[in-house]
Design a protein around this ligand. Structure first.
Ligand SMILES: C[S@@+](CC[C@H](N)C(=O)[O-])C[C@H]1O[C@@H](n2cnc3c(N)ncnc32)[C@H](O)[C@@H]1O
Length: 303
């Protein structure tokens, strides 16, 4: 067993079947698991594709595969049901925006992570190592369950529950989905506002001051929802782009440093985006949008 896996244990958790529990204190940004898939499938797989993968496995691996949960009993043939319940993206995949990985994989430990709408772990496919990595988004104490997010974060609880119940056959019981009524309404309002602002920020290319105000509002809302660590990088990068297009190098550097820190936390310091961000931190003029708009001094991130 690798050092990373010593920090984890798969065990029964209330209302969710099995789950992954921290056995040691885990620090923000730490790699908690790096795992090769048992097998991968293209996104349009059929039952016979799964069967072909299964016969290539050892008997012990087949047993492990068949022990995974199946939330689609009666709706799909059993092998398909297990894959649909447990497959994780093996490629670029975003819960923000529309990028969908072309392949998905089944993982002996990785497929045991349950979902939370306030995840404390981020999963990311490492294309170079051909493995999936799981990194802690914040400090995690011993005994806490490690959860990733299966669904769109910037949606109301009703919409999130609709997605998890149709795609995965469960009504999410995470802390964000079980808030008392008043707090639930406030959370729904924040998340739907973030979703709306996400689109609006994208439309502010020629209005950098307005764009930055919206970015700052999103960051405030993400922080209040406890999901800044898993969703902040893209907005910090937007902040950088507004500054760089206005030739404001000083503030551009402050924004790109935030984007780099957020990227490294959730996906590691060696991703292609992290490398690109480091390049811009050294030389913001290297960005293709540098100086495209009127030169002006904007503002940096709040803290
Ligand atoms: C990929 S599996 C995760 C591991 C699974 N709990 C097991 O026992 O192997 C997905 C299934 O876990 C359960 N699950 C995951 N996240 C959950 C959540 N937030 N609330 C309730 N059930 C959840 C659902 O049954 C779902 O279909």
């Amino acid at each position: 067993m690798s050092t990373e896996q010593l920090a984890l244990k798969v065990q029964d958790v209330p209302d969710k079947g099995k789950g992954v529990i921290a056995m040691l204190p885990i620090s923000a940004g730490e790699l908690v698991l790096l795992e090769a898939p048992l097998f991968t499938l293209s996104s349009d797989y059929s039952n016979s594709d799964v069967l072909a993968k299964l016969v290539a496995l050892t008997e012990s691996e087949q047993r492990q595969f068949l022990s995974l949960s199946n939330c689609h009993r009666g709706r799909f043939p059993p092998l398909m049901g297990i894959c649909k319940t447990n497959a994780l993206p093996c490629g670029d995949n975003t819960t923000i925006g529309a990028t969908r990985a072309a392949r998905a994989g089944i993982f002996m430990t990785g497929s045991r992570f349950n979902s939370s709408c306030v995840p404390n772990v981020n999963n990311y496919w490492d294309d170079i190592q051909q493995k999936i990595s799981f990194r802690a988004l914040r400090d995690i104490p011993v005994g806490e369950e490690l959860c990733i997010c299966y669904c769109e974060l910037f949606a109301s609880r009703e919409d999130r529950q609709h997605k998890t119940s149709t795609a995965f056959g469960f009504a999410c019981v995470c802390s964000a989905c079980t808030l008392p009524d008043r707090e639930q309404k406030a959370s729904d309002k924040r998340r739907t506002s973030i979703g709306r602002l996400y689109g609006e920020v994208g439309d502010c290319g020629n209005q950098p001051s307005l764009g930055l105000r919206k970015v700052k509002l999103v960051i405030k809302l993400l922080k209040e929802e406890g999901i800044l660590e898993c969703a902040g990088a893209t907005f910090y990068y937007d902040g950088f782009q507004f500054c760089v297009s206005s030739s404001d190098q000083r503030n551009a550097k402050l924004w790109i440093k935030k984007a780099l820190d957020a990227e490294s936390l959730g996906r590691g310091p060696e991703t292609s985006d992290a490398k690109r961000y480091r390049g811009y931190l050294e030389n913001p003029r290297g960005h293709p949008a540098f100086g495209l708009l009127r030169r002006q001094t904007l503002t940096g991130p709040e803290n």
